[in-house]
Design a protein around this ligand. Structure first.
Ligand SMILES: Nc1ncnc2c1ncn2[C@@H]1O[C@H](COP(=O)(O)OP(=O)(O)O)[C@@H](O)[C@H]1O
Ligand SMILES: CC(=O)OP(=O)(O)O
Ligand SMILES: [Mg+2]
Length: 416
């Protein structure tokens, strides 16, 4: 029998495991409060960082320490320890479920799913197409299950929101038999963020999500764009794996696939070497040695040419996708920036829409310069298309979907 939530339990712990980090939040879905949030970063490196912020009515001080955290199992145990110190540990009877971000759900998972042995085996089968992410997600599920075997563990998939893409957007133009035999197609990622942000944007515009067409630019360490028509994803920039599309912190995004054969035939590189090159030594880090947009801006201000070129390559790709998704949607109501770079880097936002006035796109310099954690418009009043900054909240969205599933009432809304 699979575990069921206790009827009086209203809390959900959300785990968002990345390749070398674990972000988490504890939320009470009964009264909508956030009880704790934090992250463990640089997992597997010599010195990891654990940051824990107690929240809620009688929150204590933020706690920060460095520690040796060897893997995601140890990371989750460190998180459990921090939560226990605040009296909200994993042993709490008020916990209804643990919600896990799972990056690749393949073709099978288009809804949040209670994890069973069979579901876990399927997530494992997808490791080759999300090698940086699914293994960490699996460890998170295993460790959380070991700590609380009686709790439902719910997987919320990055790919789910993109399963509505039309077949012509999801297919690569390669031999159909080969593609189908190996499930080679475009899946898309960051779907929880694209869903949340597009719905929140409709609310910002005081419109029903079914009426608006939105281009969402999720610019974090991983970055992706999506075209959302009336609340449904119709195209997205990531593909079989989270490597395609935009220039990212350490990933190349789009390259001619012949780059791979060229390097393996002529530079003596193995498949694994090229994989590591494109996933870990490319993007901003490959272009200029830094993947943090703050540091890149600082270097540009100091006259650094390589940093300038990295910024320009990043923005040029972004602009191409805005144009492409404008054409895909036909009519665009809003272009929205989200995630670490999108929410914070005003220069990226300004540069990405510069020169697109003929498309009805412009940024108001004053509004764009405002620093805020709120969803906001940054376009001038006269602009035909809204340009907005909408902070993403993957954890809240995962908690909502998890809670709705364990309470047996699917159909919880995204957006606030
Ligand atoms: N104040 C800031 N100004 C510019 N860029 C920022 C700022 N804060 C964060 N970033 C960028 O956001 C990135 C992290 O984004 P985030 O969405 O947290 O990524 P992920 O969830 O993929 O780890 C950093 O690498 C950095 O480039
Ligand atoms: C799918 C993906 O790229 O995720 P992240 O941005 O967390 O690395
Ligand atoms: Mg992220």
């Amino acid at each position: 029998m699979s575990p069921t939530a206790s009827p009086s339990a209203t809390r959900v712990l959300v785990l968002n495991s990345g390749s070398s980090s674990l972000k988490y939040q504890l939320l009470d879905m009964g009264d909508g409060t956030r009880l704790a949030a934090g992250l463990v970063e640089r997992i597997g490196e010599e010195s990891s960082r654990v940051v824990h912020t107690p929240l809620g009515p009688d929150a204590g001080e933020k706690r920060e320490r460095t520690a040796e955290v060897a893997d995601h199992d140890a990371a989750l145990k460190a998180v459990a320890e921090e939560l226990s110190k605040d009296g909200v540990g994993l042993d709490s009877p008020e916990l209804a479920a643990v919600g896990h971000r799972v990056v690749h759900g393949g073709l099978r998972f288009s809804e949040p799913t209670v994890v069973t042995d069979e579901v876990l085996a399927e997530i494992e089968r997808l490791v080759p197409v999300a090698p940086l992410h699914n293994p960490a997600n699996i460890t998170g599920i295993r460790t959380a299950t070991a700590l609380r075997p009686d709790l439902p563990q719910v997987a919320v998939f990055d790919t789910a929101f993109h399963t509505t893409m039309p077949e012509y957007a999801a297919r690569y133009a390669i031999d159909t038999e080969t593609a189908d035999a190996h499930r080679v197609r475009r899946y898309g990622f960051h779907g929880t963020s694209h869903a949340y942000v597009s719905a929140r944007t409709a609310k910002l515009l005081n419109r029903d999500p079914s009426e608006v067409n939105v281009i969402v630019l999720h610019l974090g360490n991983g970055a992706s764009a999506s075209a959302v028509a009336g609340g449904r994803c119709v195209d997205t920039s990531m593909g079989l794996t989270p490597l395609e599309g935009l220039v990212m912190g350490t990933r190349s995004g789009d390259v001619d696939p012949a780059v791979v054969f060229h390097l393996s035939r002529n530079a003596g590189m193995s498949n694994d070497d090229v994989d590591a090159l494109l996933n870990k030594k490319s993007g901003l880090v490959g272009l200029c040695g830094d993947n943090d947009m703050r540091e890149i801006r600082r270097r540009i201000d100091a006259g650094d040419e390589r940093a300038r070129l990295a910024f320009d390559v990043y923005v040029h790709r972004l602009k191409k996708y805005i144009g492409a998704y404008y054409a895909v949607l036909g009519r665009v109501d809003a272009v929205v920036f989200t995630a670490g770079v999108g929410e914070n880097a005003a220069e990226v936002r300004a540069a990405a829409v510069a020169g697109l006035e003929e498309l009805g796109l412009a940024v108001d310099a004053g509004l764009n310069a405002v620093r805020s954690g709120e969803a906001r418009l940054i376009s001038p009043e006269y602009a035909r298309v809204a340009v907005a900054v909408v902070p993403t909240d993957e954890e809240l969205e995962i908690a909502r979907q998890t809670y709705a599933l364990v309470r047996g009432d699917r159909g919880a809304d995204a957006g606030e």
